[in-house]
Write a protein that binds this ligand. Structure first.
Ligand SMILES: [Fe+2]
Length: 253
């Protein structure tokens, strides 16, 4: 398969959409919210949008679909939910989707919404995780239960360390401030703060990021890291209890 390129497109206040494309000009989109900046890049680079992949039903991940179809009437819309406008293929856990560009394995991750799915490309080691995982955080639990979200994050934690993660929002600094302050552990996060601040200085983005870094620093994702063990001892909490404690505190941070 061809080399795959991923272009990050800023959307709305702090959303990200992604354009995946190969050297033949075939393109897929992840979670288009605002079509204008997407189509600008597509036209400038003479790309053809063949497929759109949606992670969940929230408007800030779907509102660009209509305009994309106007410009590319044959585009295939893949989503987890038949109620998402213009869905042609409804995707379920463990489905595999092959496009001109790559293959995605579908992983169901209920919690933020009940329909949430994420798109994993094992060959290219890339993951598009919408609002399930953020750098140093995770999505708010709107529709599912804390237990569901915890299990969904465990599925991500089991993926290969080398995976590069593309998430749905730029929330990293807020997440970092939360972890440093709520746990009173600024020192533990000094290396990762340095890394994040230098990422932001270069591109104004902290996305994409390495799953291995998340496994060591993101306590929503993994409670068995060195930091996790330390915090669990101090707070006398087990894995799920620590996740619940942090998610509930974060809701009012
Ligand atoms: Fe969302």
């Amino acid at each position: 398969m061809d080399k795959i390129n991923v272009k990050i497109i800023n959307q709305l206040k702090d959303n990200y959409s992604y354009i995946l494309y190969n050297n033949n000009g075939d393109a897929s989109l992840i979670d288009p919210a605002e079509s204008l900046p997407i189509l600008k890049y597509i036209n400038k680079n003479s790309l053809k949008i063949k497929d759109v992949f949606i992670t969940h039903h929230h408007k800030d991940h779907t509102s660009g679909i209509g305009d994309i179809i106007k410009n590319f009437p044959k585009v295939n819309i893949h989503s987890p939910n038949a109620f998402i406008e213009n869905t042609r293929y409804v995707l379920n856990h463990n489905d595999e989707v092959d496009t001109h560009i790559n293959s995605f394995k579908i992983i169901s991750t209920p919690g933020h919404t009940l329909d949430h799915i994420i798109y994993y490309d094992d060959h290219n080691k890339i993951l598009f995780c919408g609002d399930t995982l953020f750098r140093l955080g995770c999505g708010r639990v709107f529709e599912g239960t804390l237990n569901q979200m915890y299990s969904s994050l465990k599925k991500i934690n089991e993926l290969d360390d080398n995976v590069i993660v593309y998430c749905g929002h730029e929330y990293t600094l807020n997440n970092l401030n939360f972890l440093e302050n709520i746990l009173d552990k600024k020192k533990l996060y000094s290396d990762i703060r340095h890394k994040i601040e230098s990422d932001l200085a270069i591109s104004n983005k902290s996305v994409p990021f390495n799953l291995l870094d998340e496994k060591s620093h993101n306590l929503f994702l993994n409670q068995d890291s060195q930091i996790g063990e330390l915090i669990k001892r101090e707070l006398m909490l087990k894995n799920f209890e620590l996740f619940k404690y942090l998610r509930e505190k974060k809701d009012c941070f």
